[in-house]
Write a protein that binds this ligand. Structure first.
Ligand code: FEO
Length: 162
């Protein structure tokens, strides 16, 4: 039987994952209207990943006899001053999500919910990858520069993300 504390915390995380998708979809739209189609494609893929993360929580809740509950999502920012500013925002956001996952692990341990703890291990590993992929893009800004040519090259490179 799923404890109420875990059910509530997992629901909050499901909604945070959906909010992440919303933020990245808004970034993708902002990039698209500015003709950065590669950056837009990268963020669209990121938004889809977040939807898949939310779905994992949804399925876990149902499998354990819980009730997935969709909450109101905060309106995302509409535009960013630069491509780099958007990726810096994405990194801050991923760090926030990492902290949130770590707190869930602590809760699962406190409640002695082994299944929840094992389920969360995937997210612990995933967050390492999530932060790393954004940090890699930010490092590329250092290499390519943020003049028009540098942005053009990076846009082209990031557009190859599947
Ligand atoms: Fe679902 Fe990007 O963390």
């Amino acid at each position: 039987m799923l404890k109420k504390t875990i059910e509530q915390a997992f629901n909050e995380q499901m909604n945070k994952e959906l909010a992440s998708a919303y933020i990245y979809a808004a970034m993708a739209a902002d990039f698209a209207v500015k003709n950065y189609n590669g950056f837009s494609r990268w963020m669209t893929a990121q938004a889809r990943e977040e939807m898949a993360h939310a779905q994992k929580f949804y399925e876990f809740l149902l499998e354990r006899g819980g009730r997935p509950l969709y909450d109101t999502l905060e309106k995302p920012q509409k535009s960013w001053d630069s491509v780099r500013a958007a990726f810096e925002h994405a990194l801050r956001h991923e760090q926030f999500i990492t902290k949130s996952i770590d707190e869930l692990v602590n809760l699962a341990r406190k409640e002695d919910d082994k299944a929840a703890e094992i389920f969360l291990q995937w997210f612990v590993t995933e967050q390492v990858e999530e932060e790393d992929s954004v940090e890699t893009v930010l490092a590329k800004f250092e290499l390519a520069g943020e003049d028009k040519r540098g942005l053009y090259l990076l846009d082209k490179e990031l557009g190859s993300r599947e």
